[in-house]
Ligand binder design. Structure first.
Ligand code: XMP
Length: 517
């Protein structure tokens, strides 16, 4: 892999994604990894990320010069660039000139590997207080900016490169080209990592891990569990059993997409548990959001546990132990929990999601090396239906927390109808990829007066909550075109019984959350 050493800012994951966009596999490693750790991973190249420190500050993460002498191509960015300069005997100083944001860089000298094929001036994204004032010996300075006399250096012999700015952000106009020049020309790597190669690798890894044992998977209808299941199915075929708990809280068509389209396109062996009545009964009379969540979570575990026992029991009766459970863990979770250095697919025995002690499985996590967009590509390559691959984030408790008031069959039917119209119109307007997610909420406990035909109505409002976000931690309300809003409003009030008003939520997060409950 290309290893991205994380110097503690938010940039490392983004760099890894950019490397993967160049179709080369990349992973993030903490800056505390030793040179021996790094070399043991046999990296094709190393990238040193930006970070918040000054290289001379107390406790600043340091760079061991031995790493730069190991014959591995290295590319330093921002802090990584300065750390390289310091480790190689250059000078990093406070020039008194801070540069932040968009800056113009000018190429210097006749030859450059990094900037080959690019204009002599480019707009780059800077964020630094310190600057390299004297380049290390053997390094050719290939770019300058107003605030940084040494804005880039290169050494084709040792294959060491660095830039003062952030090529990974979109504001650096030729950022991706600079990175690709490093990867392809500087490090001599070939772009051959793609969805098909991920599938081949994972299939092999899953087979090696699972052997002739059986695997269980809880399918939710979301992207991650579906793609994970499809991948494991490709590896072990009918030794995988998927359990889909239909809790009746999915949107129109979603349960069917799992039950029919997913099975038809992947051939997965699926056990569907129809628990709709059970969930409705458990939720009867409940209005408090947290209580709803608790009930839905508890019932889900109970139903899944029973189904798992049945599957495990049947397989055992045939002499086939079920020892593994599929989990759709993604790479950002792995990095955030500090496990970015491992390539292992399997954590040792581990109790999952509240299952009882006597039902224990080892985990199979075939997506733990992937970002969300890569999971989607793998899903499409595996033939997972687009409706599932491109599904927006959807909360586990489903429509249960999009009804302000009691979750009844009638309220669910009303919300489903309104949601289906909103989704249809947003898709028709080509807005799916602009919106992070658009909860549609039924205010079942609120009524307002309206007039329709000749009569007075006393119905419920529907709230549209379209948001734009990167990661759901913060969000802004999406400025939808008025004509699209008008169509959705007209259709919902005309077509959905009991709804006489459509409102738009124009609150960012914070202070609002994305969901209403
Ligand atoms: P909030 O409403 O907290 O939502 O801004 C952030 C993201 O999390 C989803 N969400 C949930 N997902 N169980 C889930 O699995 C939940 O109880 C839950 N509540 C919110 C929400 O859809 C958004 O993507």
């Amino acid at each position: 892999p290309v290893l991205v050493v994380d110097y503690g800012a938010q940039y490392a994951q983004l760099i890894a994604r950019r490397v993967r966009e160049a179709r080369i596999y990349s992973e993030v490693v903490p800056h505390t990894a030793t040179v021996e750790d790094l070399i043991a991973r046999d990296p094709a190249a190393i990238i040193l990320s930006g970070g918040p420190s000054s290289v001379y500050a107390d406790g600043a993460p340091s760079l061991d010069a031995a790493l730069l002498a190991a014959g591995i191509p290295v590319f330093g960015m921002c802090y990584g660039f300065q750390a390289m300069a310091a480790a190689l005997g250059g000078t990093v100083a406070r020039t008194g000139l801070r540069e932040y944001g968009q800056t113009t860089m000018r190429r210097d000298g006749p030859h450059s590997t990094l900037f080959h094929g690019q204009p002599r001036e480019q707009s780059v994204w800077m964020s630094h207080g310190d600057s390299v004032s004297v380049a290390p010996e053997g390094m050719t300075v290939t770019a300058t900016t107003a605030g940084a006399p040494v804005a880039a250096f290169e050494d084709d012999v040792r294959r060491l490169y660095g830039v003062q700015w952030h090529p990974e952000v979109v504001h650096s106009t030729f950022g991706q080209e600079v990175l690709e020049n490093f990867l392809y020309s500087g490090a001599g790597l070939a772009p051959d990592w793609d969805a098909a190669s991920v599938i081949d690798e994972q299939v092999e890894a899953i087979r090696a891990t699972v052997g002739d044992k059986r695997v269980l998977c809880a399918l939710s209808g979301g992207v991650d569990s579906s793609v994970a299941a499809a991948l494991v199915h490709k590896a072990v075929g009918d030794r995988l059993t998927c359990v889909f708990v239909d809790h009746g809280l999915l949107r129109e068509g979603e349960a069917e997409a799992v039950e029919r389209e997913f099975v038809a396109s992947t051939g997965v062996h699926l056990v569907v548990v129809d628990a709709r009545e059970r969930f409705l009964t458990a939720l009867a009379g409940v209005r408090d959001p947290e209580e709803k969540r608790k009930i839905i979570g508890r019932e889900f575990i109970r139903v899944f546990e029973q189904a798992a026992r049945d599957v495990v029991g049947e397989a055992a009766a045939e002499g086939h132990p079920v020892e593994f459970l599929v989990q759709g863990t993604l790479y950002p979770d792995v990095v955030e929990s500090g496990g970015g250095t491992g390539t292992a697919n399997i954590k040792s025995h581990h109790n999952v999601g509240g299952l009882p002690d006597d039902l224990q499985f080892a985990l199979v996590e075939p997506l733990r090396d992937l970002f969300k967009d890569e999971v989607r590509k793998v899903g499409l390559e595996l033939g997972v239906p687009e409706a599932i691959v491109w599904r927006q984030p959807f909360p586990g408790p489903g429509l249960g927390i999009r009804i302000v008031g009691e979750v009844t069959a009638e309220n669910l039917a009303t919300l489903r109808a309104a949601d289906q119209i909103a989704r249809h119109e947003l898709t028709a307007a080509g807005l799916d990829r602009t919106i992070w997610q658009c909860p549609v909420v039924l205010l079942a406990d609120v009524r307002s007066v309206g007039v329709q035909g000749d009569g007075r109505t006393y119905g419920h409002p529907i709230v549209l909550r379209p948001v734009s976000s990167e990661d759901a931690m913060t969000a802004d309300w999406t400025r939808l075109p008025y004509d699209v809003l008008a169509t959705i409003s007209t259709r919902i009030t005309n077509e959905v019984d009991g709804v006489n008003r459509v409102t738009l939520d124009v609150t960012s997060k914070p202070p609002g959350t994305i969901e209403w409950e």
